[in-house]
Design a protein around this ligand. Structure first.
Ligand SMILES: Nc1ncnc2c1ncn2[C@@H]1O[C@H](COP(=O)(O)OP(=O)(O)OP(=O)(O)O)[C@@H](O)[C@H]1O
Ligand SMILES: [Mg+2]
Length: 220
């Protein structure tokens, strides 16, 4: 029996490198890097696992946070397995590494696009969807991430309206902003490893809801 979940980091820059440096840390899923050799991503297909690519060429929208936490809750639901069941691929948040994103999308079964409730992120997100995802006819969903309920519902609702006006499919689950996510990332921890508290439960719930909505728990 081994971990049913693999996270693959393909981002040669930024926060994922930080995660990649901590491969030795006690993560609840397997972790691999493919920064230097995006061509190796094609071998992921041989595992028979469902491959989920998390992408948005706008930086800092929550790709890495979504990837590792969705992987963590899916591992918790499915437990260990003889087979690899799901692979989550984190991708670069920059246009210059588009070839890496392309290699990831070549093996994708589906795509998740995190989008924060910030109008500045809207146009770059539209570019990724229209120029990179739609031409491949891959199933995809936009997921609103990093919404702070204390800011009121207007930001969230305007973002949802924008997504719907574009005609993009959207995850019903909205990932809320919790400082604990930012803090935990600095410690190399994922949502299932946070010390129990009311906030932890709510923070976890968002990812469990998203995993359930995506059907990640139902293939055991
Ligand atoms: N739901 C959230 N709650 C709190 N903080 C968040 C949330 N989502 C993302 N963040 C924080 O926002 C910052 C950017 O997130 P993250 O690194 O996941 O984005 P990214 O899209 O992977 O960035 P890059 O394009 O640089 O790879 C990080 O500090 C992260 O901790
Ligand atoms: Mg990242």
């Amino acid at each position: 029996m081994a971990s049913s979940i693999l996270v693959v980091s393909t981002d040669p820059q930024g926060s994922t490198v930080w995660w990649a440096d901590r491969v030795g840390i006690a993560l609840p899923f397997d972790f691999a890097t493919a920064h230097d050799d995006p061509g190796s991503l094609k071998y992921l297909k041989d595992t028979g696992a469902q491959i989920h690519v998390i992408c948005n060429q706008k930086g800092g929208v929550g790709k890495t946070t979504t990837t590792v936490n969705l992987a963590a809750v899916t591992q918790e639901v499915l437990g260990d397995s003889d087979q690899r069941l799901h692979i989550f691929v984190d991708t670069p948040g920059s246009l210059e590494n588009e070839h890496i994103l392309m290699a990831a999308l070549d093996v994708a079964d589906d795509v998740l696009v995190p989008l924060p409730p910030e109008p500045l992120a809207f146009d770059p997100t539209a570019r990724t969807i229209e120029q990179v995802i739609l031409p491949r006819e891959l199933p995809y969903k936009v997921v609103v991430n990093n919404w702070d309920p204390r800011d009121g519902k207007a930001d969230r609702d305007e973002t949802i309206e924008y997504i719907e006006a574009q005609g993009w499919p959207r995850a019903n689950t909205v990932i809320r902003r919790y400082k604990i996510h930012t803090r935990a990332a600095a410690e190399g921890k994922v949502v299932t490893q946070y010390p129990d508290s009311g906030t932890t439960l709510r923070a976890r719930e968002d990812y469990f809801k998203l995993a359930l909505e995506q059907g990640y728990g139902g293939t055991r």
